[in-house]
Design a protein around this ligand. Structure first.
Ligand code: ADP
Length: 388
């Protein structure tokens, strides 16, 4: 019984196809055009002579007519390290027919993008086994490679995101627990200070001064801890909520009632935005911090005046908070968004240095940016965006 291979070899259709191709070259062209992105044939005895199919040139963005028969031109399009590997492989294949000439080579397409070609070739040898020609093919695998890369990148990003999320949670828990636990000994210090306060008349001068410093420092510590606690709670809200700008502004004025009364401070909203989707509590804290700063960092003889604007486009809302305060020098623009960074002594302007770091995190939570412009002595405008 004839073997399967023998049947295949002698199949009448195969013979017929071979004869057809022999008689009609266009069949060969159609075959290679439909299966390959380039066919090339190289004269190894006269290496300056080579031929590449039209599709081979167009796959790299070139007009076949302008390129002629020079494969040398294509070598300049190959990534240098890939060319080195391809050349080494070719040398091995020419010495040993069993070593495959088969590799992925990166070409620079005429328009500049990268094309990944699988290049395979086979040497044709004379009767002494000496290679005289090399026939080879190109298959453009760019789409597959990019898809694979995208999958890898997506998987990496997903992993990185998970790690970041867990680190973030850890950090939030750490901040929360430390600030929470720090409150307890601090409250003891404050209660005992109050006890001493009620017996102030029994203290000598040093005792009285020491008590004042203890109370002042403990209260300041309490401010830091409260600010840190607020900071650690950012992002706890599950989802954004539609809120009315009028309600947002009303809550702001209620919270700052005392300051507004005392300093005769004014807030003027000139924006057209009437509603927006935000993490309500975080957004409230953001605008509260900016407004408090606008009212706080003013010269002694100036009545604080804040103009709030909001402009909307398809992707985002851009807010601006323009004050008539003391201003900030440009060299501090980055630093002030870091935790505990302050530009003034505590006795001049009271604060913890967490307010703007808090604002930055809230803005980032809304997919936005925060920045400022300022003229020292005239005022500062803080801008931030909220992605829709
Ligand atoms: P805090 O106000 O508690 O010190 P912030 O983080 O809110 O902390 O601000 C950091 C620093 O940036 C402040 O100490 C102040 O020097 C400066 N700053 C913030 N807002 C303004 C403003 N509107 N005008 C002038 N300086 C400001």
């Amino acid at each position: 019984m004839p073997s399967k291979n023998a049947i295949q070899k002698d199949h009448y259709l195969k013979q017929e196809l071979y004869e057809l191709i022999h008689k009609d070259n266009s069949l060969f062209d159609a075959l290679q055009d439909s299966s390959l992105d380039g066919l090339w044939y190289w004269d190894l005895e006269n290496p300056e002579n080579a031929w590449m199919s039209d599709k081979g040139w167009t796959a790299l963005g070139y007009n076949p007519e302008e390129m002629g028969n020079s494969l040398v031109a294509t070598q300049e399009m190959i990534n240098p390290s890939d060319l080195k590997i391809a050349t080494q492989n070719l040398e091995k294949h020419l010495k040993n027919p069993d070593h495959p000439y088969d590799q992925i080579v990166r070409y620079r397409h005429k328009d500049g993008h990268m094309v990944y070609m699988r290049c395979r070739g086979k040497a044709i040898r004379d009767k002494d086994g000496r290679p005289t020609r090399l026939i080879g093919s190109h298959v453009d695998i760019t789409e597959g490679v990019e898809l694979g890369m995208q999958k890898d990148i997506n998987a990496d990003l997903l992993q990185l995101n998970k790690e970041l999320e867990s680190k973030n949670k850890e950090l939030q828990q750490f901040t929360y627990i430390t600030s929470h636990d720090l409150q307890e000994p601090l409250n003891s210090i404050l209660s005992f200070s109050r006890l001493l306060e009620t017996n102030r008349d029994r203290l000598n001068e040093i005792g009285e001064k020491s008590l004042d410093v203890i109370v002042y420092s403990a209260n300041r510590m309490k401010d830091f801890i409260t600010a840190l606690l607020f900071y650690s709670r950012i992002g706890k809200e599950k989802e954004r909520k539609r809120v009315e700008m009028s309600k947002v502004l009303l809550n702001l004025k209620i919270d700052l009632h005392e300051m507004i009364q005392k300093d005769k401070a004014q807030i003027n909203y000139i924006g057209k935005v009437t509603e927006l989707d935000v993490f309500e509590n975080d957004f409230h804290q953001l605008i509260l911090n900016l407004t408090t700063n606008a009212f706080k960092y003013v010269a002694d003889d100036v009545t604080p005046f804040l103009v709030i604007d909001a402009k909307e486009d398809d992707e985002k809302i851009t807010f601006s908070f323009a004050d008539n305060g003391i201003g900030i020098e440009e060299q501090h623009f980055d630093r002030i968004f870091e935790v505990f960074q302050r530009l003034h002594a505590e006795d001049k302007y009271h604060g913890t240095g967490i307010g703007l770091a808090h604002c930055k995190r809230v803005v980032e939570l809304h997919g936005g940016d925060i920045w400022l412009t300022s003229t020292p002595g005239k005022g500062t405008t803080f801008y931030f965006t909220i992605k829709k």
